[in-house]
Design a protein around this ligand. Sequence first.
Ligand code: NAG
Ligand code: NAG
Length: 386
Amino acid sequence: MAATSAHLRFDLALSRTALLLALHAALLHHDCAARPTPSRVVLGRRQQIDAVYNFGDSLSDTGNLLREVGAGSVVGSLPYGETLGEPTGRSSDGLLMIDYLANFLNLPYLPPYLDKSANLDHGANFAVAGATALDRSFLLDRGINVTFTNSSLSIQLQWFKTHLSSLCASKEEYCEEKLGRALFLVGEIGGNDYNYGLWYHNAIQEMKAYVPLVVGRIVDAVKVLIDLGAAHLIVPGNFPIGCHPSYLTQFEGANYDLDQNNCIEDLNEFCRFHNDQLQGAVDSLRRDHPRVTIEYADYYNVFLSLLTGADKNGFDQDSLLKACCGIGGAHNYDPSRTCGSRGVPTCTDPAKFISWDGLHLTQAAYKDLATQLFGDYLLRGKDVAA
Ligand SMILES: *[C@@H]1O[C@H](CO)[C@@H](O)[C@H](O)[C@H]1NC(C)=O
Ligand SMILES: *[C@@H]1O[C@H](CO)[C@@H](O)[C@H](O)[C@H]1NC(C)=O
C-alpha cells in the first residue's frame, strides 16, 4: 500500500506473528519523546505504603496474559525472561518498572491476580498484556478488533472489586485502612487502543478522536478507586512510541519527519496529545479530591531522558533505536519475524539495549526509568519518615 503523509498506511500483510507483535507493542507503545527535565512522581509524605494495586497492559503485566492464554503465549517462552532465567509472562528479558517500584517500597514483586496461588497481602497486579482502556465491544463497533485479550480496564476493575469483597468480607475497617495505605497505578493503559487503530487503520489523525474517550475511561477508573477508598494514585502517561523500532519500521518510507532523536515526530506528537489531555484530567481530579494524592507519571519525558543520556548509562549508542531481540532492517525488527519466532536471535547483552523486542523495553531500560520516576520520591519519603 502506498503511504501518503496525510494518511499513513503500512502494508498489512501482517501475519499472526505480526499480530502477536502488535500485542507486545501494546505494552511498549508509550514512548513519545521530549527534552525538558522530567518531573518526578511525588506521593504523600509520611505514608507507609504497604500494598500496590496495578491496572494496565504489557508494560506492567507480570503474568496475567500468560495465565489467560496459556503456555502458547509468546511471553511464556524464552527468550522472554532470559535475564531472569525463565519466562514469567513479562514482556521483557527481565523485570519491569512495576517490579522496581515494589522493590523500592520494600514490597515483594507484585503477583499477577490470575495466579490463584499468589499471596495478595501486599497487593495484586491486574494488568494484562494487550489490554485496552476502552472495552473490546466498544472498539469492535468502530471496526477495531482487539484479538489478544478481552481484559480491558473495566474488567480489571471488576477483578479488583471481586478481590476487595473477599479481602473485606469480615473486616470492613481493616479494609478501609488497608486501601488508604495502598498505592494504585492506573496505567499506563490506552496505548493499545491506539496501537490497534494505528496498526489496522493507519491513521494518526483519526486516532486523535479516541483520545478523549481513552482519557475518560482512565478518569472513570480513578474515580471508582477513590470511591472504594484509594488515597494514593499514580496515573502514568504514554511513552514516545515514535522511538520504538516497531513503529520506526512500520512507518519507514512513509513521508514522516524525524525529530532530533530520529524518532517519528508525528507519532510522538500524538503521544504528547494524549499525555496533555491526561495531565489536564489529572489536574481536575486533584481539584475535585483534595484529600487524595494523584500523581501523573511522566513516562514520555523520562524515556527521552533515558534516550539522550543513554551513552553515559552503559547503553550502546548505535543500538538506541534497535531491538535486542529481532532481525532485519535498520531497527533490527521485522513484523513477520518478531522476537520469539523461530530463528530470531537475541543480542548478547540486553543491558546495552533500550528496546527488547521492538515494542517493549529491556530490564535495563525499565530499571533506569523506574529509578528516574520513583527513586527520588522514595528517598525523599524515607528522609521525611526518619
Ligand atoms: C476478530 O478477529 C478474530 C481473530 O482474528 C476473528 O476470529 C474474528 O472473526 C474477528 N471479529 C470480527 C468481528 O471481525
Ligand atoms: C473474548 O471474547 C470473545 C467474545 O466473547 C471470545 O470469543 C474470545 O474467545 C475471548 N478472547 C479471549 C482471549 O478471552
